[in-house]
Design a protein around this ligand. Sequence first.
Ligand code: SER
Length: 878
Amino acid sequence: MNKTTNKIRQDFLKFFKEKGHVIIPSSSLIPHNDSTLLFTNAGMNQFKEIFLGEKKSHHPRVATVQRCLRTGGKHNDLENVGYTSKHHTFFEMLGNFSFGDYFKQKAIEYAWELLTSKKWFEIPKNKLWVSVYKDDHETYKIWNNIIKIPSERIIRIGDKNNIQYNSENFWQMGDSGPCGPCTEIFYDYENKIIDNPLDFLENKNGRFVEIWNIVFIEFNRISNTKIISLKNKSIDTGMGLERISAVLQNVYSNYNIDIFQELIQNISKFSPLNNLNNVSLQVIADHIRSCVYIIADNITPSNEHRGYVLRRIIRRALRHGHKIGIKKNFFYKLVSSVIQIMGKTSDFLKEKQEKIEEILKIEEMQFSYTLDKGLKILNNEIKKINNNILSGKTAFYLYDTFGFPIDLTADVCREKNIKIDYTEYELSKEKQKKQSNINKKFHKNYNDKIIINNTCIFEGYKKNITKSLVKYIFVKNKSVENIKKNENGIIFLDKTAFYGESGGQIGDIGYLYSEKSSFMVENTKKYGKTIGHIGKLISGEITVNDSIYSQINEDYRHSIQLNHSATHLLHAALRKILGKNISQKGSLVTNKYLRFDFSYFRTIETSQIQKIENVINMNIRNNVKIETQELSLEEAKKKNAIALFDNQYSSIVRVVFINNFSIELCGGTHAKRTGDIGLFKIISQSSIASGTKRIEAVTGQKAIDYLHKTDNYIKDISLILNCNIFDIKEKTKKLTIIIKNLEEKIIQIQNKENTKNIKKLLKNITDIKGTKFLANIFYNYEHKLLRTIVDKLKEELKNVIIILINIKDNRFTVIVGVTKNLLNQITAIRIIDMITNETKGKGGGRDEIAEGGGVYTKKLPIILNNIKSWINKKLHKK
Ligand code: SER
């Protein structure tokens, strides 16, 4: 009887427990304290700081079963899924770790014992091959002399492109972080003995499968050119659970192991296909596991960052569902099956099942609208292709209009041996971004005086998409029957999912589209009782009375909603902390940040700002429902709802409740629960007029980004100052004192220097008609010091004209001083003018002292002589 995957997982941990290892739970898929990684991609991630010596481990040897995701960065297998039977986006990694405890020999002996001994995995020794890093003779000897692997089955792997450590047998977590040479153990899926080690390197038909990687962590990679040795040498090993299960269950493909077979059976129930080896089933099986675990770690689908990785995986899976003829929503129904196969270690998923299903269901419902249409367009385009290259414009159109991630389009194309013109794709993306900025500027001036007799029902409180009727079209501010490709215009509908900018909340973006056309909405504004969809027609033609879908960009709206609910919390918190007398003067709620203006006459202290943030974040953590009710104005007043009562309200008003903490009249759109806001952070506080204060704040991922930014900033400063972040203040104080002392010392030295120079200069003084005259050229002197010399000499000599020139870096500067008694005959500014005129330089100043400068010229001594003669003429005899 083969071992089940669950048993293999347990045995691995049992083995290492017997060898004195402490079993540590898997960490989250979202790496903590590590902005260099999008997702956890190896068992060692959670120990990064320990490897680097920044943190001490409570245990010198530990073992884990780590959930991992390889969908980006240095380790990316997304595109391999569906094309190999050995890769996954999500997988479990079995790992044992030693932190400065055992090293190479023990790590190898443990791995060998677990894999080959009768008590454990019992793999025949002659089925195993190993690779070592080319220069790692010590490891070679351990395998050869101690473990007794014949030398023909130990392969040395070198560097690629002659770049040091750029090797399959030098493991690196990412572009930076712990790394080191490694030795890998391979399972040979054929019995043939081969003599030529090159066959191993070629690995035709994937005969040799890497099952275990043992990394000797010895270095820290700082950048792509810098690597430093670590004080403690450690061990990091990783064995893919799915791969070792395939070996122990006598199957080649990971997708044929027990857990995948069960999952694939369940998926196939939704499809008319009978072939369980169909690749699309494997892709879906792989992708549903990723999605379940990513959502369990609190990521939701979106258009950026981790949320977009999730969205891409979901959409790729849905496309494969479509390919094998699944007609109904199915993806979310697989969650229970994943929880079932993953066994005890994933028990934590059970309580999250409902939430995961709900998130997947919504995403699936929304995408199925556009998947079908987009695929039709793509297939039509593919039929027309004659050079095996899909135009980047089409790929971009599918992305922009139908939400096709580029890898989904690439996946479809790859099946038909077609490549995408990625350069054109990027150019189209860039062009659209620019165009959209131009359009935005254009829309700012857009005529909002259009008056039309139309009422548009806003359905966007509950729906992100509506089926609507086109009522009016305006192009260049004129009502027209239709709008053509590339024309800018405003479209008015009978109902819409788009929110018309009002009450501080900005408008939405998205698309109006039908089978034959697509209009990109860049903003929406209110025009009386109707809403104008402002934008540009990007394909087809739209005519009055056309039936059309209005679909907002959900991520954009979602971010706006978080900021809107956060604005209500801020308003309530201000009243609580600063007093009920504050009154709202204005607000702006965008997808990026929120701004709130209010009257308050005193200074807001830092401690008050922190209290405000605390109150708001506490409400966020309480995750209360945000509810709306339509009430009569009277009822709303009775409930103490906050309103701008100088505004005109209708007799029935919409009231937004966040528990009893915030009750406010509002027509805007809001988050479902306060927890959705995630985090609230004030980023600026200012006074915009007497008695009017302004607060700007960010929420959700933007708030986290802001904290990361400031955190990195502080860390950079601490690196520059070479101290702990909490010592920055003290260290800066000390440095300020040191700088002050140094400045004083420099002044002392300069003064001494100057005194010497003045003594020398006194010897050069000549007499012109009873007035003292000094002209001197210095080389590479500090210009500042010349001024001191001029001041001193004027004070000492009382009746003097001084011209000091300094030549430095092919330029000259000049300072001229004239004592008061001479000003009716000669001024410093006059002399500066003479010098700068002759040298095409610049200058300025007062009668008594003036300065100038320009490009160095050999003429300077002659100019000085000429000035001397001029002075001679000008001065009256004493
Ligand atoms: N970190 C190594 C890997 O991921 C060994 O665990 O392959």
